[in-house]
Design a protein around this ligand. Structure first.
Ligand SMILES: [Cu+2]
Length: 141
């Protein structure tokens, strides 16, 4: 009799653990950020991105594989709170115009986009270098 109870309690324990794990996975999924990866190579921007959602945490990582300094600048940051991490320095605020990316380095921009559209970016040092990030889908949560 006693043995049965112990088994039952153990089962309840395992079932609860299962629910907690599922709950945790859902939660971490909801909090995960969407990524845009921009690689600079041969004086060109290469963008790879997933379909972006409005009002979701977005991180734009810009990696410079060239051996010269480039810049990643965009109007998209101007009216949005943007968290920039570049060469160990973090800046946060509105009115960010962009950031320099030194050779072999990575700069990241964290922001939450609140309008759809094509967001152009460019390198102020080499005006021919241009690219864009697309936020065109409408099924925002
Ligand atoms: Cu450049």
């Amino acid at each position: 009799m006693q043995f049965d109870w112990q088994r039952r309690i153990q089962r309840i324990g395992i079932a609860t653990l299962g629910i907690l794990l599922v709950g945790g996975a859902l939660l971490s999924n909801a909090q995960s950020q969407q990524e845009v990866n921009v690689t600079i190579e041969g004086y060109k921007f290469q963008t790879s991105q997933m379909p972006l959602q409005l009002h979701a945490d977005t991180i734009i990582r810009v990696r410079n594989l060239d051996n010269v300094r480039h810049d990643f600048g965009s109007q998209m940051f101007l009216n949005i709170l943007t968290h920039v991490e570049s060469h160990g320095v973090v800046t946060y605020g509105k009115g960010v115009e962009g950031a320099y990316v030194d050779p072999g380095k990575e700069v990241s921009f964290r922001l939450t986009l609140d309008q759809i559209g094509r967001f152009q970016f460019q390198c102020s040092i080499h005006p021919d270098m241009k690219g864009e990030i697309l936020l065109l889908i409408v099924d925002a949560v």
